[in-house]
Design a protein. Structure first.
Length: 94
């Protein structure tokens, strides 16, 4: 399974990071498309969710939106601010 990844720094916690991964959308038996979203906080067990769409682009776009929601949940749960190249704008377009 191919995974597209991005790594975020944690403000004020040097060396700590959170990674996000999205799979390349794949067609499912019923004809819908699926994009798996994976969030990994340090050495914790990865959290996985799936976004579904009518075509591969919709599944990917919904996967990016879902990843953004899951990353915000990590920030709330851990009390962190996640940064990408020193900015809170993660460049996810959502």
């Amino acid at each position: 399974m191919q995974m597209i990844t991005r790594i975020f720094e944690v403000e004020g916690h040097e060396g700590q990071h959170v990674s996000m991964g999205l799979t390349v959308p794949s067609v499912q038996p019923a004809g819908e498309w699926a994009c798996t979203v994976q969030i990994l906080v340090g050495n914790e067990t990865p959290e996985e969710s799936v976004a579904y769409g009518e075509d591969p682009l919709q599944a990917l776009l919904l996967g990016v939106q879902l990843a953004s929601i899951l990353l915000r949940n990590v920030e709330r749960r851990m009390g962190w601010r996640l940064l990408w190249f020193g900015s809170t704008d993660w460049g996810l377009g959502v």
